[in-house]
Design a protein around this ligand. Structure first.
Ligand SMILES: [Zn+2]
Length: 372
């Protein structure tokens, strides 16, 4: 402040012309008076004054386009074929593989606290449960179909999503049916994947979500749902933009779905492939997807934003994958940041990018944090 008073004095002394001196003096005083409210506003520009708009916690919350709500959250569950099993997954803190008999007691308190939706992944572990065609994926007595039926009865208001893929069920661990040379047979894979999706929908899943990335599977699933007369009550969510990369390690531990040879780079997107992701999103919208998923989330916020732009009239989901979850836990454990704070910040980023559905292993914690 003293420097501004000095400036005002200097101006009045330096100028010998009286009129000019008065005008400069009054302008300088007006700068000084604006300056009294903010040191940054030497120009006197009123648009520079932002702090008042977010000084109160509620006003800070209003700065977001959308607030995270419990209904945006989907909790992934790994269901084994061993009915009473609860096996903690070491690489995914606080997460377990569960048998069907443990689901209702586990989910009851979460649903009471506001959990609205889950997504099921089958993890068959019994000897002989895997083959080249992924036959057990739509076994009526398999863990996913049995769980869908049970949860529909036990929790009539719970929204049940079923991940649709073959990799948990194939002996080779790939997301489709293979040719002799080990490459994906797209036509056979799409036929099989769409059969599995139909079976989950007929069992009562509200949403089927193909994560296999075979070309043309969204259209094939939609046509089978239409043929069966249930397309009007099943949401088809496509994992349109599923990138290959290093963030799925803990999931593969959990689901036992590591490929026995090769990797998934032929069908999952390359991390730099933004244009490819845009084409996949547009294709799946054209093939009848009702919602679009981007996976992983945090390293692909631009893709979420692209999905929102290309699919502006549909829900956009983001999957905060196992590696992101494990990374935030590890950082918090190492004292890098507070877990709740970093998770809320990551959610803000995902929402800001354009998602309005977030699949996350933090759903149970978020039920509590959103009550605060
Ligand atoms: Zn898969």
């Amino acid at each position: 402040m003293s420097s501004f008073s000095t400036l005002v004095d200097n101006l009045s002394f330096r100028d010998s012309d009286r009129e000019s001196r008065v005008s400069q003096l009054s302008r300088a005083k007006s700068y000084a008076s604006t300056n009294a409210t903010s040191m940054t506003s030497i120009s006197g520009d009123i648009k520079s004054q932002l702090h008042g708009g977010y000084s109160h916690p509620l006003a800070r919350a209003w700065q977001a386009d959308r607030q995270l709500t419990k209904s945006m959250l989907v909790y992934p569950l790994f269901i084994t074929d061993n009915a009473d099993e609860i096996t903690p997954i070491p690489s995914l803190p606080n997460q377990s593989r569960r048998g069907i008999n443990t689901l209702v007691p586990f989910l009851t308190p979460l649903i009471q606290r506001g959990l609205r939706s889950i997504i099921l992944f089958g993890v068959p572990l019994a000897p002989g449960s895997k083959d080249a065609l992924g036959t057990s994926a739509d076994d009526p007595k398999g863990p996913v179909i049995a769980s869908i039926k049970l949860l529909r009865r036990a929790f009539p208001d719970l929204y049940i999503m079923a991940d649709v893929c073959l990799c948990e069920y194939t002996s080779h661990g790939h997301c489709g049916i293979l040719r002799d040379d080990g490459s994906l047979n797209n036509a056979m894979s799409v036929d099989r994947i769409s059969d599995v999706a139909l079976a989950y929908a007929l069992a009562g899943a509200h949403c089927v979500a193909p994560s296999d990335m075979n070309d043309g599977r969204v259209r094939a699933i939609k046509l089978k749902l239409i043929d069966e007369g249930i397309a009007h009550k099943v949401l088809l969510m496509s994992y349109s933009a599923k990138f290959s990369g290093a963030l799925y390690g803990p999931f593969r531990d959990a689901a036992g779905s590591v490929p026995s040879f090769g990797d998934r780079k032929c069908y999952q997107l390359p991390p730099g492939g933004r244009g490819l992701a845009r084409r996949a999103i547009q294709r799946d919208i054209g093939e009848g997807a009702d919602a679009i998923m981007v996976k992983p989330a945090s390293a692909y916020l631009d893709i979420i934003s692209d999905a929102k732009e290309l699919g502006r009239d549909m829900p956009i989901a983001a999957y905060q994958v196992s590696g992101e979850f494990a990374m935030l836990h590890a950082g918090a454990k190492a004292g890098v940041f507070d877990l709740q704070e970093i998770v809320m910040e990551s959610m803000q980023g995902i929402l800001r990018a354009g998602a309005n559905i977030v699949v996350t292993y933090f759903a149970p914690e978020l039920m509590g944090w959103l009550d605060q």
